[in-house]
Design a protein around this ligand. Structure first.
Ligand code: FES
Length: 140
C-alpha cells in the first residue's frame, strides 16, 4: 500500500499526540472491523464571544493512517471555533494528507468522528452547567 509523503510525515512525527489533563471534551471511537481505537481531547476557551478549540490532543491505537489522520484532524481543529471544527470532513483530512488509499478512508472517518464526539461531549457538559432559564412570575 502506497502512502503519501504527508501521511508518512504525520505517522512518523505526529502532532498533538498525548492526553490533556482535565479536558473540556473527550471523544472515543473504535472501528470494530479493524479494531483501531482513537480518543480526542479538547480544551475550549471563550474568546470574543466564540468557543474556540484552544488545545486538542489524541491517543490512537491503530494503523499508520489512523495515526496520521488523528494528527491532521487535531492540526486542522486547533484554533477553530466549535462549529467550524465540527464541519471538518473526512475528505478535508484526506486532502490535508495529500490523499489516502481507498482502503484507508475509514481511518479518516474515525478521526473526524472522534473530534465530533469530543465537541458533543463539551456541548452536553456545558448545557448541564448552564443555569435553568428564569421562571416567569405568574400575573395575579
Ligand atoms: S485500518 Fe482501521 S483505522 Fe486504520
Amino acid at each position: 500500500m502506497q502512502y503519501s509523503k504527508s501521511v508518512m510525515k504525520h505517522f512518523m512525527r505526529p502532532k498533538n499526540q498525548g492526553k490533556i489533563k482535565n479536558p473540556d471534551g473527550i471523544g472515543t471511537v473504535g472501528n470494530p472491523t479493524c479494531g483501531d481505537i482513537m480518543t480526542v481531547y479538547i480544551k475550549v476557551k471563550n474568546t470574543k464571544g466564540q468557543n474556540i478549540i484552544s488545545d486538542v490532543k489524541f491517543e490512537t491505537l491503530g494503523c499508520a493512517a489512523a495515526i496520521a489522520t488523528s494528527s491532521m484532524v487535531t492540526q486542522m481543529a486547533k484554533g477553530k471555533n466549535l462549529d467550524e471544527a465540527a464541519r471538518i470532513t473526512r475528505n478535508d483530512v484526506a486532502e490535508g494528507l495529500e490523499g489516502l488509499p481507498p482502503a484507508k478512508m475509514h481511518c479518516s472517518n474515525l478521526a473526524t468522528d472522534a473530534l465530533g464526539r469530543a465537541i458533543e461531549d463539551y456541548r452536553s457538559k456545558a448545557e448541564k452547567k448552564s443555569p435553568e432559564p428564569a421562571k416567569r412570575k405568574k400575573k395575579k
